[in-house]
Design a protein around this ligand. Structure first.
Ligand SMILES: [Zn+2]
Length: 492
């Protein structure tokens, strides 16, 4: 970059000496331009019609309006007239790593759907087990191949530890894994954090069953070592306790519902005493005990704490619709590898659908109530981020992202606020807002060109004409090829 500026400087000097003046500087050659487009920048909440974006070396190098002199000339120009340009979308809750095939097939599907960045929630394991699981080294290598343009996939913006669970899961540990891997005591939790720091993970993924003593020690040690903790809030604790302990992001529209209910306190107490209520009791009491004033106080507390919220309404929709034949026969299953459907999804669907009709009706209410709480959280100032739980049952990498945007619209968030939850809010969470989540000079050229205005209807975010990933262009034909290659590889 510096050498280029220097060359331009010498050129200017030469032109000035020859009396031509700076106006005569030839336009700078860049790789790509998107011309005359309506630019929508969620980072600044601005809309700029008739803009032209110049891209070189994977970065945005200039943005001009209709009155500006054209100082750049692009080798390739994409006609943006009548179209809308948004930053690449970020999915803050995906599972690309639990099985090698997930990393392989998910990447192209994310890109094909405009998802150019993800946070992976299960990137590590105790040890690689052949074809069964991959660990952090594999994911780092995948990330390097993606960044080098050798593999199609989104930026892997954060890679997690293995799930940190409670002692009940120790029996599932592979041979040789130490007990502290699923900690029970404070000392074990501290040992685990030191171990994870050495593994080189970007953050610790917490799960529901960590005992509170281990959780608090884990949070304290993680703070000391500068390792963020995100994921499930342990069932025995409430969200404010977790937020106060430094939990960075709360996942899934579930825990907040307990804390918004008068039932929450007795639920936590029952869990702590090892007396988990049955599903019908848990769901019914949570819904019946809903207390808006209590909820408001909890959400205000969360907003003050700075914790983020990733509701993944897709997962609650799965609970609510597992028995529906239209839902189970989603045409997008053609993109899903048979082993994933056979060994994971179908069993989960069958089990979820096998509940009593009372529980199944409660699942529907739970899903809808989750939407209400998300809206309240957003209004209280809790930063909401889009996450899908991609590759969990019936959550299709990339495709389901647009369904999740639809859930947020149903919750009552305005399109611009949804776009922010999809771009700049995640970028800020990750401390990468100078590179991602907006459209400005110097930022990574991750952009999605849309055929229709997403501010009129967020469903238009799925009307994709072109995806640009680090300056690399995927037009409609290339997008179709990405999808069809996956479908062909996993033909059922
Ligand atoms: Zn998950």
């Amino acid at each position: 970059m510096r050498s280029r500026v220097w060359k331009i400087g010498v050129l200017c000097l030469a032109l000035l000496l020859s009396g031509c003046g700076s106006k005569a500087v030839p336009p700078r050659a860049v790789a790509l331009a998107v011309s005359k487009v309506t630019l929508i920048d969620p980072a600044t909440r601005t809309v700029r019609p008739d803009s032209t974006i110049f891209i070189d070396d994977g970065r945005i190098v200039a943005i001009t309006g209709p009155q500006d002199a054209p100082d750049y000339v692009a080798a390739e120009e994409i006609d943006g007239e009548g179209r809308f340009l948004i930053p690449g979308l970020i999915d803050m809750h995906v599972h690309m790593a639990e099985h090698p095939v997930l990393a392989h097939f998910s990447g192209p599907l994310f890109i094909a759907n405009g998802v150019t960045g993800v946070r992976d929630m299960s990137s590590d394991c105790w040890e690689p087990r052949g074809d069964e699981s991959v660990c952090i080294d594999h994911m780092r290598a995948l990330s390097a191949r993606i960044e080098a343009g050798e593999t199609v996939g989104p930026h892997l913006l954060a890679l997690s530890s293995d799930f940190v669970r409670g002692v009940a899961y120790r029996k599932e540990l592979p041979e040789g894994a130490p007990d502290f891997y699923h900690p029970e005591t404070a000392a074990e939790a501290r040992e685990l954090v030191r171990f994870l720091k050495k593994r080189g993970v970007d953050f610790i993924k917490s799960y529901s069953s960590i005992p509170p003593a281990a959780y608090f020690a884990m949070m304290d040690e993680a703070k000391k070592l500068g390792l963020p903790v995100a994921g499930h809030v342990p069932r025995a604790m409430d969200v404010l306790e977790a937020a106060a302990a430094g939990h960075r992001s709360i996942e899934h529209a579930r825990v907040l519902l307990y804390d918004c209910s008068d039932y929450g306190t007795s639920y936590r107490a029952a869990i702590a005493a090892g007396e988990a209520p049955d599903d019908e009791t848990r769901l019914r009491e949570t819904l019946d005990g809903y207390n808006p004033a209590r909820c408001k106080a909890v959400l205000d507390g969360l907003a003050r704490s700075g914790v983020y919220y990733v509701p993944t309404h897709e997962t609650r929709e799965m609970d609510a619709r597992a028995g529906e034949s239209a839902y189970r026969n989603d045409p997008r299953l053609r993109y899903i590898p048979e082993p994933l459907m056979d060994q994971e999804w179908r069993g989960d669907l069958d089990e979820t659908a096998s509940v009593s009709s009372a529980v199944s009706a409660l699942y529907v209410h739970f899903y809808r109530h989750g939407l209400v709480i998300t809206r309240m959280a957003h209004e209280a100032g809790v930063p909401v981020m889009v996450g899908t739980d991609a590759n969990d049952t019936m959550v299709f990498p990339g495709f389901s992202y647009h369904d999740e945007l639809g859930h947020l619209a149903k919750a009552g968030l305005e399109p611009m606020e949804i776009l922010r939850a999809a771009t700049i809010v995640p970028a800020r969470y990750l401390g990468r807002e100078d590179e991602f989540g907006g459209i400005a000079v110097g930022m990574s050229a991750d952009l999605v060109l849309l055929e229709a205005d997403p501010l009129l209807d967020i469903a238009n975010a799925a009307e994709i004409a072109v995806v640009i990933f680090s300056g690399r262009v995927f037009d409609k034909q290339a997008i179709e090829a990405l999808k069809e290659n996956v479908a062909a590889e996993f033909q059922r």
